[in-house]
Design a binder for this molecule. Structure first.
Ligand code: NAD
Length: 522
């Protein structure tokens, strides 16, 4: 990819062929785009729920019927194998659409609030509270290039299902996939401007967006950029959801099914050429099975074929996104060796057309070394030995990142115990990374991996305002805490406090008639 002042010129990182050129959005246009988004949102939420659900059903159908074309666009921009575009990008888009369609009827239902122990008294007073969920308004989605369709699509469909409009800024490395997301919604029949795509660099158009009067930013990207965006958003107190970097651990216990674990690791470390926030980046293996696991892992990885997998279904790993990423991997490998690491396999840039770097594993590194601690967005994993469960948990949690992770054991009780103690937002027992495609489950990290959730009911709750309505039937003419203040309401307040919170029920019979008289007032 290269950008001139007003054009994005995109090349395929596997073949280095030109994909296409596009105009960048001018930052000066952002305020009009936001105004249009506000109007489209009002029009959208005014449409009957049944009609909105119908449009999302058409959206699902559009993706299913046009899957080959969408996959081609994703593959051309990223160089990823066709099967990965299908299984990750398309599946997560469709899973989120189906989940949204299922959830829409209940999303806007008012929900009564229980007053708990105060309920009988509130009923007597003729009062109730309920939540009327309502859309936030305009949601800005800023997305990365690694899953350029699945990530923004799944976030956009949930935002729109929750009655919002969306302004999407895809990465400049994958603008065509972003436009495909928009195209799907427009074809399905959403109002004009309900989803708009802005193209350009983060520093110009992205910054203009995050500084605008919008209602939430869903940012998926690096921790460093996430911090900048939060600072920009703070000026207007715009709420943010932060889906940031990862450094996922995999713990392999001695009783694990080692064949399954080694196959899982070969996929979990190198899917999308290791350019996945939830890729396995650190493997911890019990001492007793360490050597056997390494053999099985190496054997599985040796069967991964590198290349451009748009038309060859046997290609198992594509290129890195650009030349800078290759240079970064070279630096990481040489730094790891300087810090005492031994290369188990890989470590080389392939001298072919395209940005291909070998799947790489490094052993014997001190846990404090850079390569173990920093996010590496490429096909490099480090492997470590442990003797005890406590040691494994403590090493796995020794990271500023906490996005996801996995534990492998045939003892499910042990697996759950370890999973519950790991810091990541999602921990799998005997599986890895795929729950992003299960839209009913929440996704989100802690620490330098961010905060908040996309997907799941937790994700919907960040797209809706919990609007509280309190209704008083007006049975009484005044309140205990209103003017005029005086001895009587002070005594009544004190009595009420002792009765409700202090459990002093003995004076109830005298207190309540006095209170009723006070409330009836004049
Ligand atoms: P990035 O942070 O460089 O860019 C992400 C997006 O932010 C791009 O669209 C970019 O143009 C935009 N941007 C950059 N500066 C901006 C600014 N100042 N204001 C507004 N927007 C700005 O990330 P990337 O290289 O595209 O993606 C890789 C990163 O994303 C990795 O760190 C990876 O772990 C993370 N990621 C996280 C998740 C998750 O779910 N937690 C998923 C995928 C990727």
């Amino acid at each position: 990819m290269s950008t001139t002042s007003d054009r994005i010129i995109k090349y395929n990182p596997a073949t280095l062929e030109l994909v296409g050129e596009l105009n960048r959005t001018s930052p000066d246009d952002i305020s009009l785009i936001i105004q249009d988004a506000k109007m489209a949102q009002a029009e959208w939420i005014a449409r009957p729920l049944k009609e909105r659900i119908g449009i999302l059903k058409r959206l699902q159908k559009h993706v299913v019927l046009n899957v080959d074309n969408i996959v081609r666009v994703i593959c051309e921009e990223t160089g990823k194998p066709r099967v990965e575009a299908m299984n990750a990008d398309i599946m997560s888009a469709l899973s989120a659409t189906m989940y949204s369609i299922e959830m829409m009827p209940s999303l806007f239902q008012p929900k009564n609030i229980s007053f708990g122990k105060l309920s009988p008294m509130m009923k007597y007073l003729g009062r109730r509270s309920y939540i009327q969920p309502r859309p936030l308004g305009v949601i800005v989605i800023i997305s990365p290039w690694n899953y350029p369709y699945g990530i923004p699509f799944s976030q956009a469909v949930m935002a729109i299902a929750a009655g919002n409009s969306v302004v999407l800024k895809p990465s400049s490395a994958t603008p065509f996939s972003g436009l495909e997301v928009q195209n799907a919604f427009v074809t399905a029949g959403v109002p004009e401007h309900l989803i708009q795509v802005v193209l350009g660099s983060g520093g110009s158009v992205g910054n203009a967006l995050t500084s605008s009067a919008i209602d939430r930013i869903i940012f998926t990207g690096s921790t460093e950029v996430g911090k900048k965006i939060m600072a920009d958003a703070a000026n207007r107190l715009t709420p943010v959801t932060m889906e940031l970097g990862g450094k996922d651990p995999m713990i392999v216990m001695a009783d694990a099914d080692l064949h399954r674990a080694a196959e899982a690791a070969a996929w979990g470390c190198y899917v999308n050429a290791g350019q996945t926030c939830a890729c396995i980046k650190r493997i911890y293996v019990h001492d007793e099975v360490y050597n056997l696991f390494l053999d099985l892992f190496r054997d599985n990885v040796s069967r991964i074929k590198l290349g451009y997998g748009l038309n060859d279904p046997e290609i198992g790993m594509g290129p890195l996104i650009d030349e800078d990423a290759v240079d970064e991997m070279k630096v990481h490998v040489s730094r790891a060796v300087e810090q005492g690491g031994k290369i188990l396999f890989g470590g080389q840039y392939l001298e072919v057309k395209g940005y291909f770097f070998e799947p790489t594993a490094i052993i014997d590194l001190p846990h404090s070394s850079d390569i173990v601690q920093k996010e590496i967005f490429g096909p490099i994993v480090t492997i470590h030995k442990f003797q005890s469960v406590e040691e494994a948990i403590s090493m796995a949690n020794d990271s500023v990142y906490a996005l996801s992770g996995s534990v492998w054991t045939s003892d499910l009780a042990m697996g759950k115990m370890i999973a519950e103690r790991l810091t990541g937002g999602t921990i799998n027992v005997n599986n890895v990374g795929y729950t992003y495609g299960l839209a009913s489950t929440p996704w989100g990290g802690r620490g330098d991996s961010g905060f908040g959730h996309t997907h799941g009911i937790e994700g919907f709750s960040e797209l809706l305002e919990s609007h509280h309505v309190h209704v008083d039937r007006g049975k009484f003419s005044r309140e205990l805490w209103w003017h005029p203040y005086g001895r009587e309401n002070l005594e009544l307040s004190h009595g009420l406090l002792n009765m409700i919170f202090g459990g002093q029920y003995s004076r109830t019979m005298t207190l309540l008639p006095r209170m009723r008289r006070w409330l009836k007032g004049r």
